[in-house]
Design a protein around this ligand. Structure first.
Ligand SMILES: O=P(O)(O)O[C@@H]1C[C@H](O)[C@@H](CO)O1
Ligand SMILES: O=c1cc[nH]c(=O)[nH]1
Length: 320
């Protein structure tokens, strides 16, 4: 992929953020326009060193997930599904110059890892959103494809999030800015969620539902695990909490959806969260699936999203 800008182009700056009749990617930072160069440090990309419009201008779908290997596997899968040239095995990590995140591009689909938890995905999203903005991308759909703990549903179920809630079951993300707390909405695109659910119905034996997703700051104490290094609550308290979550509409728990929904919503990205559940937290805490089952479960959101993307691109006669 041609990525490094010739010296003569190094002063090139993106145009203003307006694209007639299209939904552009917004940045809401008055300082950005005045910057001579924007270095996307954690992605090892920049506006002077890379021709971002040439590299990424055609991106229409961005898929993100915690694990670098999963996101590479997804890119290879998309390569096959979109019937792109070659076998996709040698697909290049665009962010190879940093080991913070990895990024792969297959046609109009970008696949990026975000690590675990709100701080990690938040840093990636700041730089990704600026990247899409600098590249003048428009009409971008972004989907988090992840794993989660289910509440009261069979392991292996795929949950499409209608709204992300915090540990108090509230649809909000509280961003600490300097020494202020700013509350942001965590609503996701309802039409996109419904389209994804309809798409899932075309896949045989594919348990899928729409529900609230609870996003916590921690895997163990934050999610009521009895198996962490620290645990100061009883089994009864844990179950009482998870049952109250279920009653509030929560069907799964993970660690990124609130900030993902908040940031994408503010920046004009059509966003969805699709996570497979690895266990039912009313039944257990330890994830003891065999490797093969774990791999198969993790592929479920990938299969759904690949079918969805193919449909969107008019390749629906070739569903997996
Ligand atoms: O996308 P992944 O599968 O990494 O998402 C969940 C939430 C945490 O990042 C992690 C905890 O195991 O998995
Ligand atoms: O229980 C789980 C499983 C995966 N990811 C989570 O955040 N929680």
């Amino acid at each position: 992929m041609a990525s490094i800008l010739p010296a003569s182009n190094r002063r090139m700056r993106p145009d203003k953020n307006t694209y007639e009749g299209k939904r552009s990617v917004y940045v809401k930072n008055p300082y950005l326009d005045a910057m001579d160069e924007d270095i996307l440090y954690h992605l090892d990309l920049g506006t002077k060193t890379h021709n971002l419009p040439a590299m990424f201008g055609d991106v229409k779908f961005v898929c993100v997930g915690g694990s670098p290997n999963r996101m590479k596997a997804f890119a290879q899968f998309m390569h096959k599904e979109l019937q792109l040239e070659g076998d996709g095995e040698g697909i290049e990590d665009i962010c190879a110059g940093t080991d913070r995140y990895c990024m792969f591009k297959t046609g109009p689909v970008l696949s990026i890892s975000h690590g675990m938890g709100i701080p990690s995905i938040s840093i990636m999203l700041h730089e990704l959103i600026k990247l899409l903005h600098h590249a003048r991308c428009c009409d971008v759909t972004i989907i988090r494809i992840g794993t989660s703990g289910g509440i009261g549903i069979a392991p292996g179920s795929v949950v499409i999030t209608d709204i992300a809630v915090d540990s108090f079951f509230k649809p909000r993300f509280e961003q600490v800015i300097l020494d202020n707390v700013v509350t942001r909405s965590t609503e996701l695109d309802k039409e996109l969620a419904t389209d994804l659910l309809n798409c899932s119905r075309e896949i045989p034996n594919f348990p899928t539902l729409i529900g609230h997703t609870m996003c916590t700051y921690d895997f163990y104490e934050g999610q009521g695990h009895l198996d962490g290094a620290l645990c100061s609550f009883s089994r009864e308290k844990k179950l009482d909490y998870l049952k109250r979550a279920y009653k509030a509409g929560v069907r799964n728990i993970e660690m990124e959806s609130t900030v993902f929904a908040a940031m994408c919503g503010l920046c004009g990205l059509r966003a969805a969260v699709v996570c497979v559940t690895l266990l039912d937290r009313l039944e257990s805490d330890q994830i003891n699936l065999s490797h093969d089952v774990l791999v198969e479960y993790q592929q479920r959101p990938q299969l759904l999203i690949s079918n969805f993307i193919k449909k969107q691109l008019g390749l629906c006669g070739q569903m997996s």
